[in-house]
Design a protein around this ligand. Structure first.
Ligand code: GLA
Length: 343
């Protein structure tokens, strides 16, 4: 049994398919090269000592009694508690956490943290790693029950299943994950930070989720995957607009897969724009800072740009045409491998 392990879990960019995961819908994310690294050393006692290096903060708790806390500590305590609840007998550990995904920026810093913690704790305990989809569900409970963000499975699945040069078409009804080649030729995908920060638990994220649930109730369907535009139009505002976004966004995911397969990146750009317009006008999760960021990307020659992640700030994704220059501060993103042990 090893006494020292190192794990890495990537953040993700969602190419398209936003706010569809908790609606049994479709999305097309990819894992990026930025992520969270956890170094773990075994301790003789059943106790966790955690050090968030980037924040210069520490936490300590007994595995028997993790206790509820807020901020990054909730992820560590939640990950340990949910793994034990799932039947993994953990060992005590000293954890060093560091990362390079911007926190609260819509690039899934939270899932990268949960997944990296889970991989390290499981490996240190010499336990068998659950199937990635099961592990994604355990990690998502950390966010739902310990952090208070009622997020779906998009981020965890993207982080765990990521593949070099591939996006992942995820069907959240069946949880089927299909790699789709993401060949950009001379085009580039970049993210540009709007400078505005969100916390999924505090933002309108939970409110949007509740609105979708109300829309389903009123339509008598179990999820918006079963709703049509005609049905959506019968709903009162703003539920009609929320449902319209989800229904059309699912269609845009498959249209994007088709465009990628045909090598038609101009069409991908149009679909990114259409997704952004729907998120802004129907889902109402854009902000003036995000709109200004979209404009900067467009002025730099982006043929498509859209907000990524939960919304209300964070990063904007842009598809830049060959021969154009990214605006200052933009970061190139390309699909990389999923979460793994480095040691
Ligand atoms: C956040 C959540 C995901 C997903 C996206 C929106 O990233 O964590 O589950 O709902 O927002 O697509």
């Amino acid at each position: 049994m090893t006494d020292h392990v190192v794990s890495f879990a990537p953040g993700r960019v969602n190419l398209i398919g936003e706010h569809t995961d908790y609606n049994d819908g479709l999305a097309l994310p990819f894992a990026i090269s930025q992520g969270v690294t956890v170094r773990a050393w075994a301790l003789p006692e059943r106790r966790i000592e955690a050090h968030a290096r980037d924040l210069g903060q520490r936490d300590e708790f007994a595995l028997e009694q993790p206790g509820a806390v807020s901020d990054w500590r909730a992820f560590v305590r939640g990950a340990a508690a949910e793994l034990e609840r799932a039947g993994v007998a953990l060992r005590g550990a000293r954890l060093e956490i560091s990362g390079d995904v911007p926190r609260g920026g819509g690039l899934s810093s939270s899932a990268a943290l949960e997944v990296a913690l889970a991989l390290a704790l499981i490996a240190l305990a010499d336990a068998e790693q659950p199937d990635p989809t099961e592990l994604a569900k355990i990690c998502s409970k950390v966010e739902n029950e310990w952090v208070g963000a009622r997020t779906g499975l998009l981020d965890q699945l993207a982080s765990l299943y990521g593949e070099t040069d591939k996006a992942l078409r995820i069907d959240f009804r069946s949880l089927d994950v299909q790699p789709v080649a993401l060949e950009l030729g001379g085009y580039r995908l970049v993210t540009l930070d709007s400078g505005e920060r969100h916390a999924n638990a505090a933002s309108g994220y939970n409110e949007r989720r509740a609105e979708c649930a109300r829309a389903c109730e009123q339509l008598g369907v179990s999820s918006l995957r079963d709703a049509t535009l005609e049905m959506a139009d019968r709903l009162p505002a703003p539920l009609a607009q929320r449902a319209r976004h989800v229904i059309t966004e699912n269609e845009r995911v498959d249209a994007t897969v088709a465009a990628l397969c045909a090598g038609d990146l101009e069409r991908v750009g149009e679909l990114l724009d259409a997704s952004h317009a729907s998120l802004r006008d129907c889902y109402a999760i854009s902000t003036p800072a995000v709109e200004a960021t979209v404009t900067r990307l467009r002025e730099a020659g982006a043929i498509g740009a859209r907000i990524v992640g939960g919304g209300f700030g964070g990063n904007v994704l842009g598809l830049l045409a060959p021969g154009t220059h990214a605006p200052e501060g933009a970061i190139d993103v390309r699909p990389g491998p999923g979460a793994r042990l480095l040691r």
